[in-house]
Design a binder for this molecule. Structure first.
Ligand SMILES: Cc1cc2nc3c(=O)[nH]c(=O)nc-3n(C[C@H](O)[C@H](O)[C@H](O)COP(=O)(O)OP(=O)(O)OC[C@H]3O[C@@H](n4cnc5c(N)ncnc54)[C@H](O)[C@@H]3O)c2cc1C
Length: 388
């Protein structure tokens, strides 16, 4: 029996309902065109954005008086080992202030300390305290990204964006080098849908689930790259997955923010030796994610690891900072009858982010007419190693 294929029409189709997909949907809808978002899971409640900790880098002298766009670019290029696409890196830094502070327009709230100042941090590789975070205290530890996605989802719905949940895009259709639509599967109604459109924005995230050790959500399986490649786009830098060093494996499995290294946390091996200064005498525990992951790997290989990782020692972090800024972690430990900063925590590196991806220009166009990409689907912004 030949399966039936129903057809829908839209001006713009967005593939994926994470931060990039939602932000692209709002931008397109505000431009006055009809917009559909097809999402493999549920828009606003899926992808790596769901589990993100809410840390966002902003280059603004209002955040750190010594900071500038040029400094942010320089830090990103250095961390990326000179392999960043300078056009994309500039695009990121130049728009960070406008985009991050602009999130309040959608109802996103930035985190503040008790005196009302924005919570700031300096994760490894950043030379300035430019990392802000969203207010996440009301959300479960592994769904903190909803502090951003749920307000954006609501805003997009109010603009009339159509959301097709549980509708993975299976294949893009193009003719004579131009996009004509996409074949999707409506899993609830068990039917194929052909969505006819002249513009598709791929925002289906990275590819962490290709690896056995990853903190990515189950839906992040490289679909962005497969769809784009199949449609004739070019991929770049796929040899650069990012390992995130601070993945807690004991006493809980969860991300531990690398921003805490800037607040005084350090790594120790099985012998309680603070090993990072041996590898990176200047940066020490503030070395970038790739460097730290490599150092941990070497310690484990040399037999100085614990349970395949190393200790994360937060005893040097101010107690109030631990309670306010890292509330989720102190609470998680407390629930286990333990004290964060005192009782041992073990971390290990896992695949976290994809620096490679779809090759795009400064307008996020892929080279296939009508095919664009956004978010982690794009390659090149971060070169060989992404700052946080
Ligand atoms: C544990 C963790 C913590 C993190 N913390 C931070 C942080 O604090 N700060 C920071 O800047 N970054 C952080 N990151 C990285 C950041 O979360 C991601 O890079 C970012 O959220 C990617 O957004 P995105 O919209 O491009 O993709 P995603 O948020 O991954 O969304 C992809 C979407 O595409 C959908 N999809 C997938 N395949 C298909 C398909 N075939 N058809 C239709 N839909 C599809 C998915 O269901 C999902 O809705 C973290 C990542 C992880 C894993």
């Amino acid at each position: 029996m030949t399966p039936t294929v129903d057809q829908l029409d839209t001006d713009v189709l967005i593939v994926g309902g994470g931060l990039a997909g939602l932000r692209a949907a709002i931008a397109a809808a505000e431009g006055g065109v009809s917009v559909m978002v097809a999402c493999k899971r549920k828009a606003g409640r899926s992808g790596n954005t769901l589990v993100a900790e809410g840390g966002i880098a902003v280059s603004s002298s209002d955040v750190d008086p010594g900071d500038s766009i040029e400094q942010h670019i320089e830090d990103t290029l250095t961390s990326g080992k000179g392999l960043c696409d300078p056009v994309l890196t500039r695009l990121l830094a130049e728009n960070s202030e406008k985009e991050v502070f602009g999130l309040s327009r959608f109802g996103v709230v930035l985190g503040r300390d008790k005196s009302g100042d924005l919570l700031r941090g300096q994760p490894p590789g950043h030379t300035k305290r430019r990392s802000l975070r969203t207010e996440t205290d009301h959300l479960p530890k592994n769904a903190r990204g909803q502090s951003i996605t749920l307000p954006l989802l609501k805003f997009a719905e109010n603009l009339g964006v159509t959301f097709l949940d549980r509708t993975p895009v299976l294949r893009l259709v193009s003719r004579d080098g131009a996009i004509e639509g996409a074949l999707t599967m409506d899993e609830e109604k068990e039917r194929y849908l052909f969505i006819r459109t002249k513009a598709i924005i791929i925002a289906a995230g990275g590819a962490g689930q290709m690896f056995s050790h990853t903190n990515n959500t189950a839906d992040i399986t490289g679909d962005s790259y497969a769809l784009a490649l199949d449609a004739g786009a070019t991929l770049r830098d796929l040899e650069f997955p990012q390992f995130y060093p601070n993945w807690g494996i004991s006493p809980f499995r969860s991300s531990i923010s690398s921003v805490m290294m800037g607040d005084g946390a350090i790594f120790r091996n099985k012998e309680q030796d603070r090993f990072m200064p041996r590898y990176y005498p200047e940066a020490k525990d503030m070395a970038t994610r790739d460097q730290t992951s490599l150092a941990i790997f070497r310690e484990v290989q040399a037999g100085r690891g614990v349970e395949g990782g190393v200790y994360f020692d937060a005893s040097g972090v101010d107690r109030e900072v631990l309670e306010v800024k890292y509330h989720h972690l102190t609470e998680a430990m407390r629930r286990l009858g333990l004290e964060f900063g005192k009782d041992p925590v073990i971390i290990t590196p896992v695949v976290h982010h994809y620096m490679g991806g779809i090759s795009v220009n400064g307008h996020l166009e892929s080279g296939v007419r009508g095919l664009l990409a956004a978010g982690e689907a794009c390659g090149g912004t971060h070169g060989a190693n992404r700052l946080s």
